[in-house]
Design a protein around this ligand. Structure first.
Ligand code: SF4
Length: 466
């Protein structure tokens, strides 16, 4: 049935009806950790609403089997982490660097990594302020990033198991999250701190002409050396935890990571260049974030993405998509904590064709021909958050200049240190394109007024185009 379906975005109810037509073999075929007894994850999205993700009833999802696998897998993560612990795997929390330390962690057999900060979506999916309120009680004020939900999640111990090790990156990154990590440490968790240095603008570098950083840019040798020292610390911690010390396993893991990163870049290119949008923005955001840690099961996530790629390729070949063909191309800057905003933007008549979700470091390929720790350092030098705002918006500006986007939406968190302050600068720097900057409201807080602002922005873009 899935092969011939017209691509569409459908509701929870429609997915439940459609799910009944999936045969048992298909349902039993897909397993996380390859486990035949308890690894099943394919279920109708309504299952996760019953578990507490109430916002799902407001969202629309792509109607392909690939998307069903994707969401079943993403929403199953909490169960997967506890299962990992039960089955003897080591569960390592990687915090703050978004995409590089997991390459070290998952090189070690039976070690998996996860990002506790991804809990920031939980209050929105659950339409609940429980975690945010608890974080406030613990001293993190309301006027700070929603990532404060992470602190409460560590306290409650119900969202992920107690980590065997915490590798936390701080320094020239986000202040909100750095202070939240310190509060987690104050709860009694043992932290291994890694320092992220600041990246000066590329043009200011003392270049080492032989260096590659995965995007053709040259890198600062001192910065690279500093990061290597920090990665050595992370490596030694993992050696202490596992008793294994073999850098060739990291080299192999870098190759695997590159397979994933190449695939995601191909998916993005296919999707963003197509005449008709072949896949929705919400699913695309989940795909980009999968580059951080493959949702704690690399092989299964890669297999899901291969199916996504085939689905998109087929739709592009048939020239069919999930949105109106006249949807206006926009760029989205900073990930939205409330996924519903992506649906609302598409319903208003836009499609995302470029993104800057503060995870550029996880999107670039890692050099496979040099010492693996140096290779990781060079790839991380591309990080979105460790340099100037100007460097961060360069890629979006290039898209504007190429005439590929009609407007930009920025989502920020009122009172947050990093995103909120940067948003104004980004707005100023993108002076050749209409920009709408939105403060993401608290869970269940999207008002008609906000929807009207988005609709009015789209109307402006449409007028400017005609
Ligand atoms: S303020 Fe921005 S960078 Fe900092 S934790 Fe929140 S979303 Fe991430």
């Amino acid at each position: 049935m899935f092969k011939d379906l017209k691509p569409d975005k459908i509701t929870l109810r429609e997915w439940s009806r459609q799910f009944q037509e999936i045969d048992d073999n298909t349902i039993h075929k897909y397993r996380y950790y390859g486990n035949p007894e308890w690894g099943m994850y394919l279920s109708p999205p309504a299952t996760f609403m019953v578990y507490g993700a109430r916002e799902l009833k407001r969202l629309k999802f792509d109607n392909s089997l690939a998307a069903l696998r994707l969401w079943g897998f993403v929403f199953n993560e909490s169960e997967r982490l506890f299962r990992a612990r039960q089955s003897g795997k080591k569960v390592i929390a990687t915090m703050g660097d978004l995409g590089t330390i997991p390459v070290i962690v998952t090189s070690f057999p039976d070690c998996i990594s996860f990002y506790p900060e991804c809990t920031w979506w939980t209050p929105f999916f659950n339409e609940s302020t429980v975690l945010l309120n608890k974080a406030s009680e613990l001293g993190i004020p309301e006027a700070s990033c929603f990532v404060r939900a992470t602190l409460a999640a560590f306290l409650k111990r119900a969202y992920f198991p107690k980590p065997d090790l915490i590798l936390a990156s701080t320094g020239a990154s986000c202040d909100d999250y750095s202070s939240i990590m310190q509060q987690v440490e104050n709860l009694g968790y043992e932290f291994t701190w890694l320092e992220i240095p600041y990246r000066r603008d590329y043009k200011d570098y003392a270049y080492n002409s032989s260096s590659k950083t995965g995007n053709g840019k040259k890198c600062d040798e001192r910065l690279e050396k500093y990061l290597v020292k920090e990665y050595q610390k992370a490596w030694e911690k993992m050696v202490g935890l596992t008793g294994i010390n073999d850098l060739s396993i990291l080299q192999e893991n870098i190759k695997k990571t590159n397979v994933l990163r190449r695939l995601v870049n191909s998916i993005k290119e296919l999707c963003y260049d197509a005449d008709a949008a072949p896949f929705p923005a919400l699913e695309m955001m989940a795909i980009e974030f999968g580059n951080l840690y493959a949702y704690a099961d690399f092989d299964e996530w890669l297999s899901i993405l291969q199916m996504v790629y085939e689905t998109i390729k087929d739709r592009v070949r048939r020239k069919v998509g999930v949105l109106n063909n006249n949807a206006l191309p926009i760029a989205w800057v900073t990930p939205t904590a409330d996924p519903l905003l992506l649906n609302i933007m598409e319903d208003a008549g836009c499609r995302v064709v470029a993104s800057e979700y503060v995870i550029n470091q996880a999107m670039v390929e890692i050099d496979q021909d040099i010492d693996p720790l140096h290779a990781l350092a060079r790839s991380f030098i591309n990080a979105s958050l460790i340099g100037s705002t100007r460097a961060r918006v360069d890629r979006i500006k290039a898209q504007v200049e190429a005439g590929r986007i009609a407007g930009v939406i920025i989502t920020n968190m009122l009172g947050a240190s990093h995103c909120a302050m940067e948003s104004r600068l980004i707005e100023k720097m993108l002076d050749k394109v209409p920009v709408l900057s939105i403060d993401v409201p608290a869970p269940s807080g999207i008002t008609e007024q906000l929807k009207t602002r988005i609709a009015a922005f789209v109307e402006t873009l449409r007028c400017a185009k005609s």
